[in-house]
Design a protein around this ligand. Structure first.
Ligand code: 9UX
Length: 69
């Protein structure tokens, strides 16, 4: 399944790398695709992720999850 999240605060390639790394570490995640310009993060996972888990991962990277779509 695929879910699109919106993350606030990413401004460079390293930001993208940090967010990608943290979310990739969550169980069941198969792919993470970040579009820096929009802050949209598309996560593909085998099983549904809780928004809390994703929020924690984003927070761990130093950014803020502002929503899902
Ligand atoms: Mo992207 Mo940096 O930051 O401090 S602007 S990692």
């Amino acid at each position: 399944m695929e879910t699109v999240y919106e993350v606030k605060g990413m401004t460079c390639g390293h930001c993208v790398g940090s967010v990608t790394q943290e979310i990739t570490a969550l169980p069941g995640v198969q792919n993470v695709a970040v579009v820096l310009e929009t802050g949209k993060v598309t996560v593909t996972s085998e099983t549904p992720l809780t928004e809390d888990a994703v929020r924690e991962a984003v927070d761990e990277a130093g950014y803020e999850l502002v929503g899902t779509s």
